[in-house]
Design a protein around this ligand. Sequence first.
Ligand code: HEC
Length: 121
Amino acid sequence: MIRLLLPALLLLAAAPAAAEDGRAVFEARCASCHAVVAGAPPGAGPNLAGVVGRRVGGDPGFGYSPVLEAAHEAGRVWDAALLERFLADPEEMFPGLWMGSNGLRTADERAAVAAFLRTAW
Ligand code: HEC
């Protein structure tokens, strides 16, 4: 029984830790352009509160580039996996993107930021 429970408990403990790491990375690398509080006005970039599960280009207060408008029209939705791929090379996923950031170099950082954004409402 313990052998079954232990991995489950470790998983539960690891999830908030990743989100906390992600918060620190977000503050350092993303927060200058992105708010993560619901209802806050967009900055240089769209508000990312609730972005996981939201349509791409889904901040109604932000004027997106044509490439993100097109993804919005196509009905694409952000989930953690899509975010992690996006952050590996934002321009590759959306050529012509207006985001003045190269994303995040390490898979750990990308996973942590995606975990953090899942908790940001
Ligand atoms: C220099 C400002 C800037 C920085 C730094 C920045 N972004 Fe962005 N971000 C933008 C802009 C501007 C857009 C909208 C781009 C467009 O319309 O093409 C955007 C778009 C996005 C989107 C799509 C949002 C949506 O509503 O579909 C996500 C997700 C995102 N950024 C995440 C991040 C993360 C995570 C970081 C930190 C690793 C980051 N950004 C760093 C400016 C920035």
